[in-house]
Design a protein around this ligand. Structure first.
Ligand SMILES: [Zn+2]
Length: 397
């Protein structure tokens, strides 16, 4: 079954899609859906596909046609029935019931429209406006105003609320305002909320929605969509680090050398006899945290270093290179695990997990990272340093 209706690169989750189209075909569409699961697995794109499906004039039971006037407008996210709500920057100049867009500068508007175009082309693209940490009350107010004025002639109004957990940040004002519409929804209106932080959404919102869980995409599936110009060994690395997120896989694919460089720097610092590399690692992580998509970039970094220790844990038991992810480190794994079999690799993984947790909870990152490096040094021990030249095998100048 060819599922590509609006997005030709979207990996449709067949069970979820069937579930959605069944709701519609049986006339049992709920007022609100809450799609949740990891970031970068296509929740928003499924919502847009579904918005297209319900409004398509040429659909069959399971697919939109992708060609009718409605589908063509959906493809560029310019359909009057599709309303997008997402975090926006908070401006002082905004009036009570105005859309936040009214307070945008010309260049901000341009950037926003460019991002909409990218979102229409790439199902895994994440709209990201700078300084946007919450879904503003103005977005909800102007939505209410719009819904009150609009008379749907054809099809369904679909309100897609992305990063819905940000309705509840820094307080619940926007969530509570939305609740009032969810309690008495206008006719032929469907709210679709998406989130990768399900636990941060308040229960009253959850209870108004039909929830649908998006499972992570399997490593095999991600492996198979990675560009064929990439070696099989690197494909495995990318698929594993991505942790079921196509968005993250594509990011690493675009800069696998950068990922390896960071990993090398980190490993070197773990085995370094003094602490001269600590500051370099801290600097690196700080620059990642300042980048535009810091959340994904940080998760790539931490996942890549955790896999290194998982590899060592597995390899020290099995001595089989087929069991590890970084196959190009075979010689290194061999030397290290032969030299000392008592190292607690599992503890290294725990240390990194804890550090991720601290940083997530806004601990002072340089301190947390320095602490992590010192702990890791104590566990792996400088004892390895004398055995072989770290710089050599890591290919670091
Ligand atoms: Zn159509």
């Amino acid at each position: 079954m060819a599922h590509q209706m609006i997005y030709d690169q979207l990996l449709i989750q067949p069970k979820i899609w069937k579930n959605l189209t069944d709701y519609f075909n049986k006339n049992k569409l709920p007022h609100a859906l809450l799609l949740y699961g990891n970031e970068g697995i296509g929740k928003e794109a499924h919502a847009i596909e579904f918005a297209s499906f319900v409004n398509c004039t040429g659909k069959n039971k399971s697919e939109s046609c992708g060609m009718c006037a409605s589908c063509r407008k959906m493809k560029i996210l310019q359909h009057g029935n599709l309303k997008l709500i997402h975090p926006m920057p908070r401006k002082k100049t905004i009036k009570n019931f105005d859309s936040p867009l009214k307070s945008f500068s010309k260049s901000e508007l341009e950037d926003y429209h460019n991002q909409l175009i990218l979102k229409g082309e790439n199902p895994y693209y994440k709209i990201n406006l700078s300084k946007s940490n919450s879904i503003l009350i103005n977005s909800i107010r102007s939505l209410k105003k719009e819904l009150a004025l609009s008379s749907i002639e054809e099809g369904w109004n679909i309100i897609l609320i992305m990063e819905a957990e940000k309705l509840c940040y820094p307080n619940n004002v926007s969530a509570n305002s939305l609740l009032k519409i969810l309690e008495e929804p206008p006719k032929k209106t469907l709210f679709i909320l998406t989130t990768s932080n399900y636990s941060k959404i308040i229960d009253t919102v959850k209870s108004r929605c039909q929830t649908i869980f998006f499972p992570p995409i399997s490593i095999d599936k991600i492996y198979n969509i990675i560009d064929d110009s990439i070696s099989d060994a690197d494909k495995l690395v990318i698929a594993t680090i991505s942790n079921g997120s196509i968005d993250i896989a594509k990011k690493i694919e675009n800069n696998i050398k950068g990922m390896y460089d960071n990993l090398k720097l980190f490993i070197t610092s773990c085995y370094d006899t003094n602490c001269s590399y600590n500051s370099k690692v801290i600097e690196k992580i700080s620059s990642i945290r300042r980048s535009s998509n810091s959340k994904n970039e940080l998760s790539i970094f931490f996942k890549s270093i955790m896999i290194y220790f998982k590899d060592l844990l597995i390899y020290s038991n099995s001595k089989n290179i087929n069991d590890v992810v970084y196959k190009n480190l075979e010689e290194h794994y061999n030397k290290i695990t032969n030299y000392n079999t008592n190292t607690d690799w599992d503890l290294c993984i725990t240390v990194i997990e804890n550090t991720c947790d601290y940083i997530d909870r806004n601990a002072y990152a340089p301190l947390a990272i320095n602490g992590m490096l010192i702990e890791l040094k104590n566990i792996v021990g400088n004892k390895y340093h004398a055995v072989f030249n770290m710089h050599e095998w890591l290919g670091i100048e």
